[in-house]
Design a protein around this ligand. Structure first.
Ligand SMILES: Nc1ncnc2c1ncn2[C@@H]1O[C@H](COP(=O)(O)OP(=O)(O)OP(=O)(O)O)[C@@H](O)[C@H]1O
Length: 270
């Protein structure tokens, strides 16, 4: 593995104009710096409005930083031309919250996965067929033959999210940015999908940025945590340490908010 970080944010600030003309500008992301090493799984945690989605949009190029820089490997994302962006969008894949909206309801699982294999990886029809089977087995949809011909409405939410992850894998990405990927899923399916994301790092060396408001779910999928509050990173460290010995008052408050009677928020069981 290269020692160049997969993704680096250096002093990134994003200011939006107020939504109405009379509103003051909003500093959504405020001087944020972090990096994700190749193959690392990092959680970005914060309450609603803390700037998580803005960071995701900056990574995907939907928004540009007002100041600061984003590098992917040694590529300056702001300087990518059209062809560079196409390759960047292959290397950095997004998995969103809503697996229902992410899949075309008229396309079978097989078709959904075959298209990127043929378009981005130039596979023949026969090669793509074999790879579709491998991808489905990789994401735990086994035996794959039972899933290839299915339409999205014939799958559970968790199975759909696995198809979305398989589609992301089909183009051989280096980083997956997963923005609340399990919050719309049945509770019983969440840990399985999170574990899958985390395993992909081990089996394929893919880096993961897991974005969530749910601090505790990050423990399943990440090694390191960034805690975001009002657009600033207030805490950064190994996930276990942050959960067991939070240093910042805001992290403590987030953990306390999760505490329920009979379930302590911060100790080792968390
Ligand atoms: N296009 C926009 N124009 C103006 N303000 C915006 C815009 N997008 C986001 N904001 C503001 O920027 C701040 C950060 O928003 P962002 O969506 O990044 O937070 P978030 O942590 O992802 O929240 P959530 O979990 O609710 O999606 C919020 O105050 C939000 O109202």
């Amino acid at each position: 593995m290269s020692d160049v970080a997969a993704l680096t944010f250096s002093g990134v600030t994003k200011t939006y104009a107020g939504r109405r003309r009379s509103d003051p500008p909003v500093v959504a992301v405020d001087d944020v710096s972090f990096d994700i090493a190749p193959g690392a799984a990092v959680g970005l945690v914060g309450a609603s409005g803390s700037g998580k989605s803005t960071i995701a949009k900056i990574i995907t190029g939907q928004e540009r930083p007002t100041s600061g820089q984003v590098h992917f490997g040694d590529v300056d994302v702001a300087k990518l031309g059209q062809r560079g962006l196409r390759d960047y969008h292959r290397r950095v894949q997004m998995v969103f919250q809503d697996p229902y909206g992410a899949l075309n309801p008229l396309h079978t699982v097989g078709y959904t996965l075959t298209r990127p294999l043929r378009n981005f990886r130039g596979m023949s029809a026969a090669e793509a067929d074999t790879e579709v089977g491998t991808l489905l087995e990789t994401v735990g949809l086994t035996p794959y033959s039972q899933f290839v011909g299915k339409l999205p409405h014939q799958l559970s939410g968790g199975q759909r999210q696995r198809v979305v992850i398989a589609r992301a894998l089909s183009v051989d990405p280096e980083l997956i940015v997963a923005d609340e990927p399990v919050s719309m899923l049945d509770v019983s399916m969440r840990a399985g999908v999170l574990r899958l994301l985390s395993q992909l790092r081990e089996s394929r060396g893919i880096s993961l940025l897991y974005i969530t408001h749910d601090l505790l779910s990050a423990r399943v999928a990440t090694d390191d945590l960034l805690v975001l509050h009002n657009g600033r990173i207030v805490e950064h460290g190994p996930t276990k340490d942050v959960l067991q010995h939070p240093q910042d008052d805001y992290t403590v408050a987030l953990l306390d908010a999760l505490a329920t009677p009979g379930r302590p928020a911060t100790p080792a069981s968390a």
